[in-house]
Ligand binder design. Sequence first.
Ligand code: GLY
Length: 368
Amino acid sequence: MAVIPVDVAGRPYQVVVGTGLLADLGQHCHGRLRKRRVPVVTDARVHAAWGGTIDTALAAAGHEAAWRILPAGESTKSWDQLTALVDWLLAEEVERGDHIIALGGGVIGDLTGFAAAIVKRGCQFIQLPTSLLAQVDSSVGGKTAINTAAGKNLVGAFHQPALVLADLAVLDTLPRRELLAGYAEVVKYGLLGDAEFFQWCQTNAAAMLDGDAALREYAVARSVAAKAQIVKADERETLGLRALLNLGHTFGHALEAQTGFSDRLLHGEGVALGMVLAARYSARRGLIPAADAELVAAHFAELGMVSEVQGLGLNCDGQTLVGHMLHDKKMDAGTLPFVLFRSIGEAFLAKDVALDDVAAFLDGQLAG
Ligand code: GLY
């Protein structure tokens, strides 16, 4: 088991990474659950897989889950679900010192965290992330949000959890495609700031994804530790450091938009392709050797992930993809910052990127 501190000013907390944490939930939450009934927010898919484990664990500690079971999928991050969840939490008479539990992936974590941020001007909440992506990224760092008609994650709050329990047992039940998509966010930490970790990924990813428990704990714990450092240094993304976590996300967001934010391209798959494009675009600007950019593409390809945009069968040109980027929430006074590479293992925020050049680059990528 690994325990990683997230030392944000005024609200430090721990991320625990290990196997069997959900089954021992009562013990890990000792001293936090003040009432018999504990509000637990989840989705129907996760409830079917882990609801029984949570019920048993809470009962063993003298508690009872008050379940809020929502539909699985991105559309749950909506105003309607938020208001219904807030009303439900108020009906449950949740107080500021109570802990609301979010059991699920990024959708459940983001929605529950946002509700916890606004109910009674801020309640405690505990993240029990059930996807690899949520374990290494969205459950840590306090970004909470819903989607609106204008776009994804445009309404939300920074609200740190009180505790995160990343139970590696949940990874065994994930579909392979979802596991691989989450893995993109693991590689991200190596690519953006830790060349040695990228090399570790190149050597160990296949065995880790196939189920090696020690490698899984190492990959998740090292990713969380990397994120904790960044969040500690730049919690509100004002210093240009936390923005590095958006590596691959600007290109990836455009691909997700073009594929209608559908199952054609999962978020993590978009991030993986986005990191390939960020590396190749960095090479186009002479920042890194082309051969280094190809290491990124080769790594994803070796694992059976889509690593070329032609693989998506998009019927569009580069300008169309750039058009999607213009709706990115990172737009800043008419310019769009891109996370590019100084080297593999050192990313930086480039604020001088000409979108026409990006469109021409994407034309080349789309043509193959
Ligand atoms: N997922 C990016 C961040 O937490 O800042």
